[in-house]
Design a protein around this ligand. Structure first.
Ligand SMILES: C[S@@+](CC[C@H](N)C(=O)[O-])C[C@H]1O[C@@H](n2cnc3c(N)ncnc32)[C@H](O)[C@@H]1O
Length: 196
């Protein structure tokens, strides 16, 4: 049976709406930490001009393949195993956009940094990095919902949790990327878009 992430069902349409102009000129998107693969399936259906590559850790691949097989879309590539902490994935400049949803706060600072640096490295000049999820601003929560969510995350693992926008911007600035768009999303989430 296909794994289902309920949150994906709630936020896939708002995500597609904001990405429709952001990815209008993109051709090939690498998604990092795709999870069940639901976002990729939905977005590949919405944006038939894009080649969409799903990826995640090995454990997620069998479930994601069920979504990929069922969708049977010619612009949705077979899911690949990709651990952002491994170096080899970031050297191929095959993509003009990278998308990731709900990953940065689910991992440690070191893993989040590897994701950001790797994404910057894999993108072509002018490439876009789209990051969806909750963020803190200047070390503060942007709402009570995010505060509770962060406490819940830290109870699972004290090393993970919501990251500061300023930290993300700083890491990506060091990689030659700048914040070009910031869109408010439902439930105190943001879509941040960085460009090379
Ligand atoms: C909360 S889930 C989000 C899944 C999906 N993007 C979504 O929005 O439903 C976080 C994802 O990050 C992935 N992840 C964690 N560490 C990773 C790593 N080192 N490399 C790649 N993905 C990783 C997990 O496997 C998981 O699928």
């Amino acid at each position: 049976m296909k794994p289902v992430a309920e949150a994906c069902l709630r936020n896939q349409q708002p995500i597609a709406e904001v990405l429709s102009d952001i990815l209008a000129n993109a051709k090939a998107v690498l998604e990092l930490g795709s999870g069940t693969g639901q976002h990729g399936v939905y977005l590949a259906k919405c944006f038939r001009h894009l080649k969409w590559q799903l990826s995640d850790l090995a454990d997620c691949i069998p479930g994601m393949k069920l979504w990929w097989q069922e969708a049977s879309l010619d612009n949705l590539c077979e899911p690949i195993e990709l651990d952002v902490t491994c170096d080899d994935w970031a050297t191929r400049r095959d993509y003009d956009a990278v998308f990731t949803a709900n990953t940065i706060h689910f991992v440690t600072l070191a893993v989040a940094e590897a994701l950001l640096r790797g994404a910057a490295k894999t993108l072509q000049k002018g490439g876009l990095l789209c990051i969806y999820g909750p963020f803190n601003e200047n070390g503060c929560y942007t709402g009570d919902g995010n505060r509770q969510f962060d406490q819940w995350l830290k109870a699972i693992d004290p090393e993970i949790g919501i990251k500061d926008i300023e930290w993300v911007e700083d890491v990506l600035r060091q990689c030659g990327m700048v914040l070009v768009s910031r869109r408010q999303m439902p439930a105190n989430n943001l879509m941040l878009v960085f460009q090379h």
